[in-house]
Design a protein around this ligand. Structure first.
Ligand SMILES: Cc1cc2nc3c(=O)[nH]c(=O)nc-3n(C[C@H](O)[C@H](O)[C@H](O)COP(=O)(O)OP(=O)(O)OC[C@H]3O[C@@H](n4cnc5c(N)ncnc54)[C@H](O)[C@@H]3O)c2cc1C
Length: 320
């Protein structure tokens, strides 16, 4: 991985209150798949002001800046990422409730926010409580499950733009669609989300959370690192059904394996590399395309050079 960050810039960033710099931190620590080489510079960010300064410094130096959530929907490259990887912490974890409105920092864990809302008698987040996610990552992805998407419950979002300006937008202005928002194009960073919820009975809401989570974990592999669904569901069908129909449940490449429990999930059996995951994705994609004429689209975000490798075609998966 070529070093691109001048040491004097690292020194300057380290001097900004609210920034903690950790060069070479392995990204596998911040990935639920437990895959990924080093971040050239990992920066823990404790406040919006510090984030705005970091964004401006990175832009001025022409550095890539990736925001890491819980890493539950990303595939980091084996060779790591150049530039800055920022993790929001400190004040970004704070949650406030006022009436039926709940304001959560981007680093708050969505499942914990949902449980807190339920205890406060606020309904709407129960279906979003069962997957590992930060609030920021879920807004970015317009994450959803059991018929509820983030766009149904988030009213507005606070952002830091890539030029360091701060502003508030409505969720609708982020053009939320199936597992996508306009944040993928603008690169703006979510710092806080305002949820508009409905009144409900705390005991009923908490019971609903437990019921939905039990249902979810009955269908997913537990105890094996993964990123949930690898592919988006094609219109009117399920990626898992198509992959299973190709007989690929249990297929392996290196230490990566298509889960024997759910064909749209790839698990890391220990020591898997991003290249192994990409090779399995390629195999599933190509076999489904050949048999059903359906071209599956990745739901997992392929970072660094992995996106280009994927788009290059059939030989890409065996690279690395
Ligand atoms: C077991 C399992 C089950 C899952 N089930 C579901 C499911 O039912 N529904 C579903 O939608 N997803 C599901 N997922 C996928 C994943 O949990 C979601 O996509 C989640 O919202 C990702 O959040 P994260 O914090 O981990 O983000 P990451 O994976 O770390 O990042 C995802 C993207 O969001 C960006 N991002 C993160 N934080 C910010 C921020 N503050 N501002 C701007 N951009 C940001 C990142 O840069 C990256 O591009 C599942 C994953 C697992 C492991």
């Amino acid at each position: 991985m070529p070093a691109r960050i001048p040491p004097e810039l690292t020194g300057r960033l380290a001097g900004i209150p609210g920034l903690l710099c950790r060069p070479g931190e392995p990204l596998s620590r911040f990935s639920t798949l437990k895959i990924g080489g080093p971040a050239e510079l990992l920066v823990e960010v404790a406040s919006e002001r510090a984030l705005a300064r970091l964004v401006r410094e990175a832009a001025a130096a022409g550095l890539a800046l990736h925001i890491a959530g819980l890493g539950s929907n990303v595939l980091y490259p084996d060779e790591g990422l150049c530039g800055v990887v920022a993790r929001l912490s400190g004040g970004f974890r704070r949650v406030r409730i006022r009436g039926q409105r709940l304001s959560a920092g981007a680093a708050a864990v969505l499942g914990q926010v949902a449980r807190r809302a339920a205890r406060a008698g606020l309904a709407g987040l129960e279906a979003l409580s069962g997957f590992p996610s930060t609030v920021g990552g879920a807004v970015f992805m317009n994450a959803g499950s059991y018929g509820t998407e983030m766009r149904d419950v988030v009213r507005s979002v606070r952002l830091v733009e890539r030029d360091g300006r701060r502003r508030r937008v409505t969720m609708a202005e982020l053009a939320p669609a199936y597992r996508r928002t306009a944040l993928a194009d603008s690169g703006a960073i979510v710092t806080r989300a305002l949820f508009e919820l409905a009144p409900g009975d705390p005991a009923t809401l908490s019971a609903r959370i437990e019921e939905l989570n039990a249902r979810r974990w009955a269908a997913l592999p537990s105890g094996q690192p993964n990123v949930g669904s690898i592919f988006k569901n094609p219109p009117g069908d399920h990626a898992g059904r198509l992959i299973e129909a190709c007989g690929l449940k249990g297929a392996a490449h290196g230490a990566a394996q298509i889960s024997a429990k759910h064909a749209n999930v790839i698990v890391n059996r220990g020591g898997a590399r991003a290249a192994d995951v990409l090779a399995l994705m390629r195999r599933a994609h190509d076999e489904v395309a050949a048999r059903f004429g359906v071209r599956l689209e990745p739901e997992v975000l392929l970072l660094g050079g992995l996106g280009a490798l994927w788009r290059q075609g059939p030989d890409a998966g065996s690279a690395g």
